[in-house]
Write a protein that binds this ligand. Structure first.
Ligand code: ATP
Ligand code: MG
Length: 222
């Protein structure tokens, strides 16, 4: 699979990479090495120019843009590095968005939308903020809203891009515990990007992006 944002400047050239169902992968590499780009390709936010990307047995390149959006919303939980919260919605509306947009995902719920949002928010310590507008929240609170939104409705694949970068120690611990509970409960596949190497041993596989990418994207200062 090959990808570039602009012609002539290849960012990723990964001849072969397979992540098995149920794996918990810690993806690492220097800033600028292409981790977020790879997550974009695996979630169908970006499209490879060459080769193919298959997720849950489906070839993303063979889907239309709207099919990819529906597939992502139904089966994937994506915690974006920059959160991508919807600024004019409340915390609860942001958290429940994938459920309201995707009936498949809603069907997997045990409880109603509000109860489910409240339960997941409580585990992350943001249940007192459900009716707040997300723009009024601190960065760490926003990151927890993004985490709750990605985990609600038991997606089969969870992709998390630096999900703990803005959290203090206690909230980081609570988030990691919730994340692994969700992964276990849904038997989900987890791809977790982080610079925090202390988390590495919790994962079943440690994947260095520069080791699988033929393009060298970073120059380390001497
Ligand atoms: N939207 C974009 N348009 C053009 N180039 C981009 C874009 N996003 C990223 N790049 C380039 O692609 C390369 C990989 O960026 P990417 O964001 O995937 O790195 P990263 O490993 O996630 O880094 P970080 O650890 O800082 O988040 C960088 O050289 C960056 O400049
Ligand atoms: Mg990144």
């Amino acid at each position: 699979m090959q990808f570039s944002y602009r012609p002539g400047k290849k960012i990723l050239d990964i001849p072969d990479l397979t992540i098995d169902a149920g794996e918990r992968v810690f993806l690492f590499g220097p800033s600028g090495s292409g981790k977020t780009t790879l997550l974009g390709l695996l979630t169908g936010v970006l499209n490879a120019q060459q080769g193919s990307v298959q997720v849950l047995g489906r070839d993303l390149a063979k889907m239309s843009g709207s099919q990819r959006d529906a597939f992502r919303g139904s089966h994937l939980g994506y915690i974006f590095q920059l959160f991508n919260l919807i600024p004019y919605l409340t915390v609860e509306e942001n958290i429940t968005l994938p459920l309201r947009l995707h009936a498949d995902r809603r069907k997997r719920l045990d409880a109603g939308l509000h109860d489910e949002a409240k339960a997941i928010a409580a585990r992350l310590g943001i249940d007192n903020l459900l009716h707040e507008n997300v723009v009024n929240l601190s960065v760490g609170q926003q990151q927890r809203v993004a985490a709750a939104r990605s985990l609600i409705g038991a997606p089969e694949v969870i992709v998390a891009d630096e999900p703990t970068s803005s959290l203090d120690f206690d909230h980081r611990e609570r988030f990691i515990e919730l994340l692994f509970d969700c992964v276990k409960q849904a038997n989900a596949t987890l791809l977790f990007v982080s610079h925090d190497r202390s988390l590495m041993p919790m994962f079943s596989r440690q994947l260095s992006l520069p080791d699988v990418n033929r393009v060298a994207n970073t120059t380390v200062a001497a």
